[in-house]
Design a protein around this ligand. Structure first.
Ligand code: ATP
Ligand code: MG
Length: 209
């Protein structure tokens, strides 16, 4: 049985779609991965379509769009045929996002290391707690070291929330690879971004156990 990771955060533009794509491509280096797009914006689906013409795209990585009552069934089905299923959710907690969180082995909550993103994450963390699903925060577009990042880390630790020990920096490489329908690990195997994503995925796998 595979594991389901719901990428959720009410804050728009926190990096949900980018992280689903990047982590999906990196996890697909070692296993069978499906990406499920439940956001009506359809950005991940559009990325999936770009991949069809991209020579460097791993054809083993599936991108599927589903919504509504079929979602829970689809999750179960994908879980039995894949090692990892990542779900990209919309920036609102609607009934589909709830279904995705309910079915998840881990809820991954990307955030810029700044208070507004932590405030916006509260609703998602609360829902994960209500559904008794483990949640982990992930710093995205994070400066290597800043006073604010340290402050946020301290606050997260004091509240006994889980923070993925590897953060993603703000890198043009992420947006460039995404625009080509690729993950950074596919675009250039040895870039800093590729190393960073592989390290983050390793940390994620450790969390999943
Ligand atoms: N680490 C990063 N470095 C550089 N650019 C990034 C990074 N993460 C995300 N971006 C860019 O930020 C923008 C927002 O990211 P993304 O679309 O993944 O956010 P989202 O949370 O899915 O947004 P929405 O809530 O609208 O679904 C995109 O243009 C993406 O390319
Ligand atoms: Mg998105």
């Amino acid at each position: 049985m595979g594991q389901i990771i719901a990428v959720a955060q009410q804050k728009g533009g926190a990096g949900k779609t980018m992280i689903a794509a990047q982590f999906g491509a990196a996890l697909a280096e070692q296993g069978r991965v499906a990406l499920l797009d439940i956001d009506p914006q359809g950005s991940l689906t559009a990325w999936g379509r770009l991949r069809e013409g991209a020579a460097k795209a791993n054809p083993g990585l599936e991108v599927i769009a589903v919504s509504g009552w079929r979602l829970a069934n689809e999750l179960e089905k994908l879980k039995s045929s894949h090692d990892y299923v990542l779900v990209d959710t919309p920036p609102v907690i609607d009934s589909d996002a709830r279904r995705a969180i309910r079915g998840a082995d881990l809820v991954l909550v990307p955030m810029n290391p700044a208070p507004p993103d932590l405030w916006a994450a509260e609703g998602t963390l609360k829902l994960a707690a209500e559904e008794r699903r483990p949640a982990a925060l992930l710093f995205n577009r994070a400066p290597a070291a800043s006073k604010l990042r340290k402050r946020l880390e301290a606050e997260i630790a004091a509240r006994r929330l889980t923070l993925l020990p590897v953060a993603l920096a703000n890198r043009a490489g992420y947006a460039n690879a995404f625009a080509d329908g690729l993950g950074v690990t596919e675009a250039g195997a040895t870039t800093q971004a590729a190393e960073e994503v592989r390290a983050a995925v390793q940390a994620l796998r450790a969390l999943l156990g």
